[in-house]
Design a protein around this ligand. Structure first.
Ligand SMILES: Nc1ncnc2c1ncn2[C@@H]1O[C@H](COP(=O)(O)OP(=O)(O)OP(=O)(O)O)[C@@H](O)[C@H]1O
Ligand SMILES: [Mg+2]
Length: 270
């Protein structure tokens, strides 16, 4: 384990300790350590095929680690815990086409102990939160990709989770929609006080969204850098990305992914 990763984090929500994952003889993840504090936005960035989805599956209890453990709120995870929700990349496969958007969210709440009226109210509130309050009766096939992904985010929010895991959630939409969804996610995180762990291969997206970027190297994948992003809670697609701090942070993340040492120009303490 890398001791610097775990040092000095009092409000720990998610604690990943020595996580390794093999598929047969193929070693994908090797002894990953990761701390996520309550209320933090952590982006995990790494090259394609590094094992980012595998990591999220282990974090959510959908896949068992080969070694190590994942602890949420002090309890080791063996299945997806009730205080966790997941948003997958492929919105076109995550919504049921034969149900309206409202029913998609309401049905997902059947696993909770809420009664029908409460499920309806939760679903309407979550869809309103993501800007779909006036589109409750639409079917997924009547919605744009961005709207479908908003619906998938609403479904996650309806559980009122403490932590949301997102796997490349904006990879399949156009650039403008992607920027809108990034800003929506930031606003929801700030407004609702939830913790977000978002996996992406997009370095700009990671730096723009995160309080902290966890940089993964090539397989077998380990944490190669952890970058604190001190750009404030309020971000803006134009001014934040024009900030010289933004470009030095993105250079540092980029070098980490390429396996190069940080330079003096990336002088951001992590
Ligand atoms: N269920 C599985 N069984 C065997 N191998 C798997 C399984 N799931 C993933 N892999 C392998 O693990 C490696 C990492 O895959 P993973 O999907 O986690 O990477 P990723 O970083 O999410 O990739 P991408 O950037 O393309 O989304 C790949 O080589 C993949 O073939
Ligand atoms: Mg993936």
């Amino acid at each position: 384990m890398n001791p610097s990763v775990n040092a000095g984090h009092p409000g720990v929500l998610l604690n990943v300790q020595g996580l390794s994952k093999k598929y047969g003889d193929r070693e994908i993840l090797r002894e990953l350590d990761l701390i996520v504090e309550s209320g933090e936005f952590v982006c995990i960035v790494g090259p394609s095929g590094a094992g980012k989805t595998t990591l999220l599956q282990c974090l959510s209890g959908l896949s068992a680690p080969t070694a190590g453990r994942v602890v949420l709120n002090g309890r080791e995870i063996h299945e997806t815990p009730p205080e966790m929700a997941i948003v997958f990349q492929d919105y076109s496969r995550s919504l049921m086409p034969w149900l309206s958007v409202l029913d998609n969210v309401t049905v997902a709440l059947r696993s909770t102990k809420l009664n029908k009226q409460a499920r309806h109210e939760r679903a309407v509130a979550a869809l309103t939160e993501v800007g779909l309050g006036d589109h409750l009766a639409l079917y997924p096939w009547q919605m744009s990709g961005g709207m479908q992904q908003r619906a998938a985010i609403a479904r996650a929010l309806a559980y009122q989770p403490e932590i949301v895991l997102m796997d490349e959630p904006f990879a399949s939409v156009d650039a403008q929609t992607r920027a809108d969804l990034e800003d929506l996610t930031l606003a929801l995180k700030n407004h609702l006080g939830i913790t977000v762990v978002l996996v992406t291969h997009d370095i700009d997206e990671a730096v723009y969204l995160a309080d902290r970027v966890v940089v993964l190297g090539n397989r077998p994948t380990q944490v190669v850098d952890i970058v604190e992003v001190e750009l404030g809670a309020q971000r803006d697609q134009i001014s934040t990305k024009a900030d010289p701090k933004f470009s030095s942070l993105r250079s540092r993340v980029y070098r980490g992914i390429r396996g190069e040492a940080p330079t003096a120009a990336d002088a951001v303490e992590g």
